[in-house]
Design a protein around this ligand. Structure first.
Ligand code: FES
Length: 162
């Protein structure tokens, strides 16, 4: 059985590191670029990053745990962020989360088995007037309720299967 969750394209990883001139100050950007390819930072890349940038592995791990956009666990193709800031909370963010959890069959913080969706709660994302708000990758959707949020997710399901 294969140990790695993904097949890592090491040439691509090298190219990313080189494109930042192996600059340790660019560690976060390099980690982000790698995450953009795999939807997470494969843990196998940590020792390589540490060696090539001349930093400790522990630094790479602490950056990964500090920034919500970086995950060492495989994540879904679509990352759903439910805003749980105050304005969205009063407008029913909890119902949005419950609706998504039951539709996707996962709890907040988890990824669907088919690696299609990851559901995460986040703090205010700055568009409180449109609350309750979710983002799916780079897209923002507001003014949602229990059922309209599922229509939004269905759009992504459809585009993934087409
Ligand atoms: S509280 Fe949700 S966008 Fe501000």
């Amino acid at each position: 059985m294969e140990n790695t969750a993904v097949n890592i394209d090491w040439d691509k990883i090298d190219n990313i590191i080189e494109s930042y001139n192996r600059d340790r100050e660019s560690l976060l950007m390099i980690m982000q670029d790698i995450s953009d390819i795999y939807n997470y930072l494969p843990p196998e890349t940590v020792p390589v990053l540490a060696r090539k940038l001349g930093v400790r592995e522990s630094l790479v791990y602490s950056v990964a745990s500090f920034y919500k956009t970086i995950s060492l666990e495989p994540r879904g193709k679509y990352i759903i962020h439910v805003c749980t800031g105050t304005a969205c909370h009063v407008r029913g963010a909890e119902k949005i989360t419950q609706s998504l959890e039951s539709d996707l069959g996962i709890n907040e913080g988890q990824t669907t088995e088919d690696k299609m969706f990851t559901l995460e709660a986040v703090r205010c994302i700055g568009c409180c007037a449109s609350g309750p708000v979710i983002t799916v990758n780079q897209d923002t959707h507001g003014g949602l309720d229990r059922s309209s949020v599922l229509e939004v997710v269905n759009e992504y399901k459809r585009s993934a299967s087409s």
